[in-house]
Each structure stands twice: as structure tokens, then as C-alpha cells.
Design a protein around this ligand. Structure first.
Ligand code: IPM
Ligand code: MN
Length: 377
């Protein structure tokens, strides 16, 4: 029996109810697979900012750094702002940059029982966006310069940053299961190399890395064309790698094709490359946190409407990271089974009938239904 030290950040708005739903699923999976989570709950986000003057205290950040993984709810409240107008309750600066979690891994998958707004069947949409998480245009966060007449935010890409994110994308493509219908495994770089020099540089580095993976197709697509292609031919995509802001935008677009962003989990990871000596940890897993790709939706908090599948699927990604892959698969399988059986129903606006409670109970019921362990293809 293994017990993993896990930090929990409930977050703002619908965050606490989503996290509670995910924790109940995790407890059920743990007892089935013989592990438990020793959780430490820490505050982070907009409410924490109002109380402490910082979105997360150094002590709380330390808990995340020391934990084997962190489950995080969405954070931020629209009215909680810094004097410069940006949101005060966000954790990207302290967690993504602070812990150097440079890869934001965002699977976009159409699950059974979900009616896509694009013409697609489950199986047609199944790709992963690997979003560079520590530089790009976001590196300017809070550092824009100018005056009331003009402002400049700086986009920075480094060779080191491009290399590691490109390599992550190829390694991920190499170990993914199903390949797209129109070929083998493929990594698509989404950029704007026709206009921005920084993006041309990103492309050069990407193609250098690609040469080390001859078995995986490498292609480059401009971001505008990519936005169209993700709607018109989503079945083409396998792994997409892209700059931070592009990845932010395109992952919500992808979410819009699979029933909404409330279906979409993500992992903030880094340093997990084989042979990368840069990161040391007292746990077998490097620090990482797992969260929905969406925000805290304060308008629907506490109303029994929120869809917790993003959070529950983020919990499954967290189990993969901890080395409990069978547990992660179990959550994904139970979710798909509950959706296919109509035991979870997602409305066209993305909300869930019965809210987080009903959804987590349905997932747990399908876990306990004890579907025999089947080989995943
Ligand atoms: C995301 C979110 C964040 C981002 C917000 C909350 C700052 O939209 O994780 O995609 O822009 O990165
Ligand atoms: Mn986003």
C-alpha cells in the first residue's frame, strides 16, 4: 500500500465543488488499486489574495513543491485585480514559472455520449496540445511597459525553451496509443513563422529536434490555419506543440469541439524528460499540478450546475504522473462508460445535470461496477 503526499488547492468559484468531486473519485480508485493520497489542502487564488495580499503564500508554494503532485481547482475572480488591471488571483507566475513547470499538457478528446458541435464521432477528435508554459507572450506577465498612449508586452522564446517543449511533444507522440486515421504519429508545430521572427526561430529549433525522431512526422502550421483545421479536420491531429498564448487560445477552441472546456483537463509538468538531470525530487515524481483548463465560473458556483469532468480527468492525469496508470485508466474508462450509459448528462451549454455531486457519483458507480480489466488498445 503506497501513500502519496498530494497538495490540494480548491481555488475560487466552482473550484471547491469540483475538487471535492474529484477527491471522492480518487478515494474510490485508491481503495480499488491499493494506494491512498495523504492530502494537504492549501489556499491559492483570488480569495487567498484578498486575505493574504498574495495569491499564494511562500509556505503554501513550498507544500506544492514538496508534494508528489498537486490537484488544483480553477482560480481567479473577475473583480479581483492588481493596480495595473490584470487579475490578482492567478497562480501561473508562482506555480508555472516559479516551479519551472514548462509543459502544459492538454488532451482534447471527444468522449462517448457527447454531441460535438463539429461533425465528429468519438475517435475523430483525440489529440494533445503541448503548450509551452513558461515563456512566449506570457513571460511579459505584469511586466508590460508603456504609458497611457501605448503598451508593449514582450514575447520571448529561447532555444532552451523551444528544445525542451519540442522534445516533450515528440516523446509524447512516440508513446501515444492510437495514431490519426490519415497516417502515423505526428507532431504539428503551430506558429506564426511567416510574420514573427521569434516564431521562425521556434520553427528552426523544432525542426532540429524533429530530425532526431525520424519515425514521427513533423509538420508546421500557421496559427490562423490551425484554428480552422481544428474545426474542419480535427481527426488529423495527434500532438500539437505551440507557444504559450497560442496554446491557451487553441485549447479552448479544442474544448469547444468536445462538449466544452469543462470536459478538458490539463497537467503542468516539467523536468520529466528521460535523462534530464536538472530536476531532483525526494519523490519518484517531479512536482507537477493538474487542473481544468477553464476558469472558476463564479456565476454558477454552488448551484448544482458545474461539470466536474475536467477536474476528475485532471485527477486521472495526476495518477498517471504518480505512476498509478491503471488508476488513471480506470477513471477515464468509468467516465466514458458513465457518459455512454447516459448516467452522466452534459447539457449543450457545457453544464452537467445534477452538478458535481451527481457526476462524481456516476463515475464512482462505474468504477465499482468492476468492469473487468481489459487491455487498452
Ligand atoms: C488557462 C487559463 C489561465 C491562462 C488563466 C486563468 C490565466 O486560462 O490555464 O488556460 O491563461 O493560462
Ligand atoms: Mn486558458
Amino acid at each position: 500500500h503506497t501513500s502519496y503526499p498530494v497538495a490540494v488547492i480548491p481555488g475560487d468559484g466552482i473550484g471547491p465543488e469540483l475538487v471535492e468531486a474529484a477527491l471522492s473519485v480518487l478515494a474510490a480508485v485508491g481503495s480499488r488499486h491499493g494506494f491512498s493520497l495523504s492530502t494537504t489542502t492549501v489556499d491559492g487564488g483570488a480569495a487567498a489574495y484578498l486575505r493574504d495580499g498574495v495569491p499564494m503564500t511562500p509556505e503554501a508554494i513550498e507544500v506544492v513543491r514538496r508534494s508528489a503532485a498537486t490537484l488544483k481547482g480553477p482560480v481567479g475572480l473577475p473583480e479581483v485585480r492588481l493596480p495595473d488591471g490584470t487579475e490578482a488571483g492567478l497562480l501561473g507566475g508562482v506555480l508555472r514559472n516559479g516551479l519551472d513547470l514548462w509543459a502544459n499538457v492538454r488532451p482534447i478528446k471527444l468522449l462517448p455520449g457527447i454531441e460535438s458541435r463539429v461533425r465528429a464521432e468519438p475517435g475523430d477528435i483525440d489529440y494533445v496540445i503541448v503548450r509551452e508554459n513558461t515563456e512566449g507572450l506570457y513571460l511579459a506577465r505584469g511586466r508590460g511597459v508603456g504609458n497611457e498612449r501605448a503598451m508593449t508586452d514582450t514575447l520571448l522564446v529561447t532555444r532552451h525553451g523551444c528544445e525542451r517543449i519540442a522534445r516533450y511533444a515528440f516523446e509524447l507522440a512516440a508513446r501515444r496509443s492510437g495514431a490519426p486515421a490519415d497516417g502515423g504519429h505526428r507532431v504539428t508545430l503551430v506558429d506564426k513563422a511567416n510574420v514573427l521572427r521569434s516564431m521562425f526561430f521556434f520553427r528552426e529549433v523544432f525542426l532540429e529536434v524533429a530530425a532526431q525522431y525520424p519515425d514521427i512526422e513533423a509538420e508546421c502550421l500557421y496559427v490562423d490555419a490551425a484554428a480552422q483545421a481544428l474545426v474542419m479536420r480535427p481527426e488529423h491531429f495527434d500532438v500539437i506543440v505551440t507557444e504559450n498564448l497560442f496554446g491557451d487560445i487553441l485549447s479552448d477552441l479544442g474544448g469547444g469541439t468536445v462538449g466544452g472546456i469543462a470536459m478538458c483537463p490539463s497537467g503542468n509538468v516539467g523536468g520529466a524528460l528521460r535523462g534530464d538531470p536538472a530536476r531532483r525530487s525526494s519523490h519518484p515524481a517531479d512536482p507537477a499540478y493538474f487542473e481544468p483548463i477553464h476558469g472558476s465560473a463564479p456565476a454558477i458556483a454552488g448551484r448544482g450546475l458545474a461539470n466536474p469532468l475536467s477536474q476528475i480527468l485532471a485527477a486521472a492525469m495526476m495518477l498517471d504522473h504518480l505512476g498509478e496508470r491503471a488508476g488513471g485508466d480506470d477513471i477515464r474508462d468509468a467516465t466514458s462508460a458513465a457518459l455512454a450509459a447516459g448516467d452522466i448528462q452534459i447539457r449543450r451549454d457545457g453544464s452537467a445535470i445534477g452538478g458535481p455531486d451527481a457526476v462524481s457519483r456516476a463515475v464512482v458507480a462505474h468504477l465499482r461496477g468492476g468492469a473487468p480489466e481489459v487491455e487498452r488498445e
